[in-house]
Ligand binder design. Sequence first.
Ligand code: S3P
Length: 172
Amino acid sequence: MKIVLIGYMGSGKSTVGKKLAEVLGIPFMDLDTEIEKQTNTSISEIFSKKGEIYFRRIESEVLKKLLSQSESYVLATGGGTPCYGDNMAFMTKADLMTIYLKTPLDVLTSRLFLEKESRPLLAHLKTRDDLNDFLRKHLFERVYYYNQSKYVVETIPENIEETVEKIVLKLF
Ligand code: S3P
């Protein structure tokens, strides 16, 4: 069983992914963490020192390497992963269960406002309204890719267990 979680920053891919992997008894992998391990550099540092284009190239390489593993896994991708290069086409072709974790804009805004400093694409946004406007437009562009996932699961804010249960019901 190869499960790939897709969705915007702050949609809970890593938190839900860890719990889902635990319930299914299979390994959990996080694409950003793997990129950091393989480059020995934090995501923020990659963005600031080498730029986004470089990050997207490494992201695609590490993604394809992780997906090619033969064992079962739950993989949490980054919010931009499906939207660049042939990543989404690659994930739809392969024998994978792609799941889009759909989270309302206001929930994303509240969560991301608290942690925007650590996110290279959001750190420049000053107020909650600026962030909300940016997210609305960005999400609109990205949803085209997210919706190519095999399944769409609406996340239940602050209830990881219930979100995991909804995913498990789709799988069996
Ligand atoms: C990004 C999302 C981040 C990380 C990078 C770029 C994006 O991952 O890959 O900062 O383009 O949405 P998370 O969605 O895990 O925060």
